[in-house]
Design a protein around this ligand. Structure first.
Ligand SMILES: Nc1ncnc2c1ncn2[C@@H]1O[C@H](COP(=O)(O)OP(=O)(O)OP(=O)(O)O)[C@@H](O)[C@H]1O
Length: 551
């Protein structure tokens, strides 16, 4: 566990890289700031001693000037310490966000398909946000506490070695013992809180997506109760965390008082034996009392540490996760001349989904794949897109093993229309243009016409300029499907993989699309997946799939 935590801390610290100067500045200013706060009081005590005639004979104006300087420095140094720390933290959060989004791109779509969406949103938003605590309030403060404590222990030890030892014990108790105990006690609560937070996110997303089903089947109250249960769980775990936080801060305060008293008592005892004078005892006591700031910051920091470490671990795990199919950047760039599967076998987990599949897709024409729901048709398309790699056999594009083809080239020659088309907020024109941002309006209109959606778009008051939110829920599954098809046709790739492109369409619209596909198939290769045998009439050749086998 400790090994794991050290590994997370090391990996997070390694990310600081070029921001190291900002960290060093933060630490340097922090140490000087705390020292000036302590010496402000030490000098004030010395000045008082001077007034009562028991202190060193330093000149009063000089002491006053030094006190004034310490007070001024304390404020200025604190400000710049915070500035440097936060500058580093927020720059790092930007770097981390960038890396996380690159990781998501790398992992999409296969790995992301398997992840819980609520959990993903927690990682992208709150986990990264929480790392601000690590960078701005952990790395710097730990280094500041270490340096400032060493310097103050030496200073107190210079009054008397025994008092120096008490100071070391005091700093270790408040700065190490309390944080370690607190972080141990809080680990389970922090994990429970985080789990309930992720569950609440997932539940909320699911509730929003399933709103119409919930209303249709009158399950509103169930959902409400579910939300209440999750919120209560979150509330409970947060309350437990807060209770622990209170206990920690009470324990830290008690230790501060105890050790300040201990230095005073030990000092008086040493003074009675004539081994210290009053000025030294007072100086050591004031130095002890006023120097707990950096270590006390560590004890309150440890309340958040379990959460921060857990967040860091999840972010680092995401960054280091390997994609299902590694991106090929140096592989062959091919011109599409057909595709083939040879004795392909595939399982998502343990259960075989595809067994010994062989098929040949010519350079032009429509290849139909027909089969019952769950027979593995979409999975086969995903292998042809190389979202996943086959476990056995070979998938070839233009005669090349798909695993050796440059990924960018593969994305250029293939267009995949899934059963669900996602539309982005923006105009319908932008949504179709997604496939080819530089497309002219005429090209977009032609693609929309071929996909049988042009007439519908023109019937809208603002035509292609209609924004998605203006349609609200008024866009049907069939219309979305046709926009998806228009995108694929506009993309201009020579190999189209269409997964049930007409499943939500009436006979008339299906006929329009089939006609367009027949025209497109003169210059392109199209795989048409459908469970309807009627759709297969458009295909030049048809493969039938049943329980992962092909006939
Ligand atoms: N990411 C995944 N992880 C695990 N199992 C999966 C995954 N995707 C699909 N499956 C399972 O693989 C089997 C084949 O699914 P697939 O989507 O390929 O079938 P299909 O023939 O396209 O079905 P449909 O016509 O209903 O879309 C199903 O049992 C499905 O539950």
């Amino acid at each position: 566990m400790l090994k794991n935590r050290i590994s997370v801390i090391t990996r997070l610290t390694a990310l600081i890289g070029r921001l190291l100067p900002a960290l060093l500045l933060n630490v340097g200013l922090g140490v000087l700031g705390y020292l000036s706060a302590s010496f402000l009081l030490i000098l004030a005590a010395r000045a008082l001693l001077g007034v009562i005639g028991a202190g060193l004979q330093a000149s009063a104006p000089l002491l006053l000037a030094a006190i004034f300087l310490c007070a001024l420095l304390r404020g200025v140094l604190r400000y710049f310490e915070q500035l440097a720390g936060h500058y580093m933290a927020f720059k790092l959060l930007a770097v981390l966000r960038d890396r996380v989004f690159s990781a998501l791109r790398r992992l999409a779509p296969a790995k992301l398909e398997q992840k819980d969406r609520g959990e993903m949103i927690s990682v992208i938003t709150s986990d990264i946000e929480l790392l601000e605590v690590f960078y701005a309030h952990t790395v710097g403060p730990v280094a500041i506490a270490l340096l400032a404590s060493v310097l103050m222990a030496v200073f107190i030890g210079a009054q008397h070695i025994v008092l120096g030892c008490v100071a070391v014990l005091a700093y270790l108790s408040v700065g190490v013992l309390i944080p370690v105990l607190n972080s141990r006690a809080g680990k389970a609560q922090a994990a429970a809180y985080r789990e309930s937070f992720g569950a609440a996110n997932s539940f909320l997303i699911e509730s929003l997506y399933g709103l119409s089903e919930t209303l249709r089947f009158g399950r509103g109250e169930d959902r409400e109760r579910g939300m209440e249960r999750i919120t209560n769980e979150m509330d409970d775990s947060q309350a437990r965390l807060k209770r622990l936080e209170g206990l920690t801060s009470a324990a830290a305060d008690a230790l501060v008082l105890f050790f300040s008293g201990a230095v005073l008592c030990a000092g008086l005892w040493l003074m009675r034996d004539g081994r210290m004078d009053f000025a030294q005892v007072l100086t050591a006591t004031v130095a002890m009392t006023s120097s707990f700031g950096p270590v006390a910051a560590l004890s309150s920091l440890s309340n958040n540490l379990p959460n921060t470490m857990a967040a860091g671990e999840r972010v680092l795990d995401l960054l280091s996760e390997e994609p299902e199919t590694p991106e090929v950047t140096v592989g062959a760039a091919v011109r599409f001349s057909g595709a083939a599967c040879r004795n392909v076998g595939f399982a998502y987990d343990k259960e075989d989904i595809l067994r010994n599949i062989s098929l040949v897709v010519p350079e032009h024409g429509i290849t139909g794949i027909c089969g019952k729901s769950g027979s593995g048709k979409s999975t086969l398309l995903k292998l042809l897109m190389r979202f996943w790699d086959a476990d056995s056999g070979q998938v070839r594009i233009s005669g090349e093993d798909i695993r050796g083809i440059n990924t960018e080239c593969l994305r250029r020659i293939e267009s995949y229309v899934t059963q669900e088309t996602f539309l982005f907020e923006g105009t319908l024109l932008d949504n179709i243009r997604l496939a080819k941002p530089e497309a002219t309006l005429a090209e977009v209109e032609q693609a929309a016409q071929d996909a049988g959606i042009h007439a519908f778009i023109l019937s809208l008051p603002r035509g292609y300029e209609t924004r998605l939110h203006e349609l609200g829920d008024g866009i049907s599954a069939g219309e979305k499907q046709r926009i998806g098809l228009a995108r694929a046709l506009l993309h201009g790739s020579p190999f189209l993989l269409l997964d049930e492109p007409t499943s939500n369409l009436d006979g008339l619209n299906e006929a329009i699309i089939i006609k367009s596909l027949r025209t497109a198939a003169r210059t392109k290769s199209i795989i048409l997946v459908s469970h309807r045998t009627s759709t297969m009439r458009a295909a030049d050749s048809v493969y039938y799939m049943d329980a992962g086998r092909m006939s």
